[in-house]
Every structure is written in structure tokens, then in C-alpha cells.
Design a protein around this ligand. Structure first.
Ligand code: AVJ
Length: 320
């Protein structure tokens, strides 16, 4: 047991460094990507089914209503690329439509997690025999040079409002690096959650069943397990705030008492005041203007946006 823990410290040293930095910063923060260990990914799946969490079902409805028009607009003979896994159920709608329009297709799912990719590949390959699935293990935020070796017209899917976790300036960097591996005529399909009333937004990030609270606190569970920390889950509460000025939902873990947490793996003591907040996530809610800005600043042209009848979620087609 001690051996496997030591090994983990080495393997996750980049994570350990980020945790040290974030917990030593003022105000305190932890990176949102820490949510997605096995338990966190399962909790996120649960979130997508909550009545308050409209994002996933709204984007799915847009795909169900407009898949044919989206693919028509993207152009003939498409090769699909998907940034990030875990959105397979929505991608399937587009693939089904694609295979009505062309007899065969190539699909390149890109993810940092080989296990997530394996799962996606197995499901897709069995469901769609005419689809050739070639997974790429990569952190797409740094760009994916391998994309430039793929011939034919590409449609890059970046859906699920995944881009919402990044600052808009970081989002521009990510899109620009992706664009560098694309050619004229290739396209990007970008899914963004849209700015709306806090009456809708806050419950989506603070649901009645407390699943999002559990998802948020899972980050502490993870630090307790992986870095031997002694976070007392009962001494933190889940907080979700709408920051209108920045057009983003913010999630925090708020210390309910004055306390000190120790992380032996980092030899780090972390003092918390009563009411002090640890920032865990930003989820940007785009306005039309923000979409225009990031798409153009990253070198794409915005061709078309599809939205649901309430205007809650946007699916944007951008061209190189
Ligand atoms: C996976 C980043 C799209 O921001 O809505 C869900 C993550 N956080 N509930 C989002 C999340 C809290 C989600 N994304």
C-alpha cells in the first residue's frame, strides 16, 4: 500500500505542483480538471441527468433537430475529429446522420485519458461498422499536430460547453492551436452554454439533490486519497455564484470553520478562515459577442449558430 502511494506521488507530480500552487495562492484555488477521476466522471454523468442541469439535454436536442443542417453546412465528405471524450452520446447523433450522407467515415476522438478513449472506440465501432475509429491520446489544449496529417475535409467537434472552463483568452489560444493543424475548408463545431437568468443558472450548479455539491467535494476526497490530505468534508460547503460581470458561474468550497488542513505528500499546511472560499471552477456563459470574439481572434470565420427555442445553448459552425 505504502509502495503504491509513493508511486502515485511520482506519477502525479505535475498535479501535486498545481495543488501546492493553488492552495498556497490568495485567494485559494484548485484546477477544475481535478474533478474528473473515476468517481468525479461518474458524478458528472449523474449531473447531466439532473432536472436543473439543462446543458446536456439542450445541446442534444439541438443535434437531434439540426444534425442534417449542421452536416450540410459543414460540407461534403467529412472526417470527424472530437476534442475531449465523455460526450459520446451526443456525437452519436451526428455520426448517425453522417453515415446516411456518406457510406463510410473516419472518426478521430482525442482525449488525454486512454481508458475514456477505449470505451468510446468500443461503443462506436460496434454501433457503426462503417465507421473507422482512430483514437488519438493527447492533451488537445496544447494543439494536436497529428491532425495536419489527416487528409480530406475535417469537422472538429468541440462540444459540451467544455470550452467554458477556460478563460476566454485561454479559449482563443486553444482554438488557435487547433486551427494551425487544419486546412482551408475545414470547420469547427463549437458548443457553448449561453448567458441567461441567474434563476436558471444557479440551480444548474447547485441542484436540490446535492449531486453538484458531491461533485465539487469529490475534489477534496481525491486529495485525501491521492495526497494523504485530511480535508474534513463536513467542514466545507458547496457554493455556486453567478458572476454577471465576467459572465460565468463560479464554484467554491467554503470553509464553515477556522481550520487547518495538512497534505503530507506535499508537506503543506493550509489554514482556512471561517467563511474562506476555495475556488474550484469557472463555467463561462457566452454571449453572441463573446462567441464572435473568440472565434475571430482564433482565426476562424463564424458561419452559423444553431440554438434551442429558449436560446439557452449555442452550437456554432466556424470555418478555417
Ligand atoms: C463539463 C465543463 C461543461 O461547466 O457545466 C457541471 C462541468 N460543473 N456542473 C459545466 C460542471 C458543475 C461542466 N462542463
Amino acid at each position: 500500500m505504502a509502495t503504491s502511494k509513493q508511486l502515485q506521488y511520482v506519477v502525479d507530480s505535475a498535479m501535486a505542483r498545481e495543488v501546492r500552487e493553488g492552495l498556497s495562492a490568495m485567494p485559494k484555488r484548485l484546477p477544475a480538471k481535478l474533478f474528473y477521476d473515476e468517481a468525479g466522471s461518474a458524478l458528472f454523468e449523474q449531473i447531466t441527468e439532473l432536472p436543473e442541469y439543462y446543458l446536456t439535454r439542450t445541446e442534444r436536442a439541438i443535434f437531434e433537430d439540426y444534425a442534417a443542417r449542421i452536416l450540410e453546412a459543414a460540407g461534403p465528405s467529412l472526417t470527424l475529429v472530437e476534442l475531449g471524450a465523455g460526450t459520446a452520446s451526443k456525437t452519436r447523433i451526428l455520426i448517425e446522420e453522417l453515415l446516411q450522407r456518406q457510406t463510410r467515415a473516419l472518426f478521430y476522438p482525442i482525449d488525454v485519458s486512454p481508458s475514456a478513449l477505449n470505451e468510446a472506440v468500443r461503443q462506436m465501432a460496434t454501433q457503426f461498422p462503417q465507421l473507422r475509429v482512430s483514437p488519438i491520446v493527447a492533451d488537445y489544449t496544447g494543439g494536436v499536430p497529428a491532425l495536419s496529417r489527416i487528409s480530406g475535409r475535417k469537422l472538429v467537434l468541440y462540444i459540451g460547453s467544455s470550452i467554458g472552463n477556460f478563460e476566454p483568452s485561454q479559449a482563443v489560444g486553444i482554438l488557435r492551436r487547433i486551427r494551425r493543424s487544419l486546412r482551408a475548408g475545414d470547420a469547427l463545431l463549437l458548443g457553448t452554454d449561453l448567458a441567461k437568468s441567474s434563476k436558471i443558472l444557479v440551480p444548474a450548479y447547485d441542484d436540490a439533490q446535492g449531486v453538484t455539491a458531491q461533485f465539487n467535494k469529490n475534489m477534496l476526497v481525491r486529495l485525501n486519497r491521492e495526497l494523504d490530505a485530511d480535508f474534513d468534508l463536513g467542514a466545507f460547503r458547496h457554493v455556486a455564484v453567478w458572476n454577471k460581470r465576467c459572465s460565468r458561474m463560479e464554484m467554491y468550497l467554503e470553509s464553515t470553520v477556522k481550520q487547518s488542513v495538512f497534505l503530507p505528500a506535499l508537506d503543506l499546511d493550509v489554514p482556512f478562515e471561517e467563511g474562506e472560499r476555495l475556488h474550484t471552477e469557472n463555467s463561462y456563459k457566452y454571449t453572441e459577442e463573446m462567441v464572435n470574439t473568440i472565434v475571430h481572434e482564433s482565426g476562424f470565420t463564424l458561419e452559423k449558430t444553431w440554438s434551442d427555442s429558449k436560446g439557452w445553448f449555442g452550437v456554432h459552425l466556424a470555418r478555417v
